[in-house]
Structures are given as structure tokens and as C-alpha cells.
Design a binder for this molecule. Sequence first.
Ligand SMILES: [Zn+2]
Length: 156
Amino acid sequence: MPNHPSIIARPRGASGFEGRYVHNGGHPAFRVPLLHALYAGPFAGDLDAMGRFLIDEHPAGWSQLGPDPAVDTGWINPMPPVGDRNFRCYCHGDRAETPLTLTDETEDVVWLHDWVFVLRPAGVDIWQSFDGVWLRHGVRGWKPKARPAADQGETA
Ligand SMILES: [Zn+2]
């Protein structure tokens, strides 16, 4: 499955975005349900806290986002299997990469990233890179209640 390099972002100015790179799992079929679950579950509807964690506190960006922000977020060498990665960033743990802010004005940003997910008070604003321009898919509104995460309550 392609990585679908993406950006997790907040609004910038009237019609832009600013955020961090996310290497894996960037297709909306996976990312939107995950962001909805994070908003309704761990962050309890606190969009500011969610933005601080996803964007401000991990300024070098992410290998992958996961369902539980309470777990260790640092990079691990060697990296465990994909399913066990959860939140793994490029700035903590065994990696200490330079902070990188990506915006709608970053050079070649539309060519290098498949999707942008802009966190808005109303929901997740989805942008798709297509032939050098951004297609705007609109806002997927936050759900009032969390669905149980797939990896919780599973039987042994
Ligand atoms: Zn980090």
C-alpha cells in the first residue's frame, strides 16, 4: 500500500494551512476515522490540545499517527512492525530531526504530498493533491461520540 505522504495542519490565514509531515497512512479512508477517534476520545473535543500535540509538540513531523497519544511517541531503532508503531515522530526517541513547518506556500508542497488534513473547529478539512493543484473535498464534521477503537477490547 502506498504511504500517501500527507500533512497534519491547522488553518493559516484566510485560506491556507500550516502543519507537519506525516509519512504513513495518509489516505482519508484511514486518517479521517483516526482523527475523529482522537478528537472524540483522548482529546475529548479539545481541538487546541489536539493541535498542540499533533503539530506543536512534535515539530519534526511523524512517521505515523496512532490511536493513543498517551503511548511513547519517540522513534525506536529498530522500528517495530507497522501495526505496533502507534505515534512515532521524527523529533523524539532515537531520532532528533530538524523542525519543519509545511504551509500552503512551501515550495513544491503540492507535488510532494498526497493529502492535507486541516483541523478546524467544524471538523477535518480534506485537501488532495491532483496534478499540481489542491482539490478541496470539504470538511468532515467531528462526531459527537467516539466509536470504540479497533484495537481496544479485543479478545486474546
Ligand atoms: Zn516528537
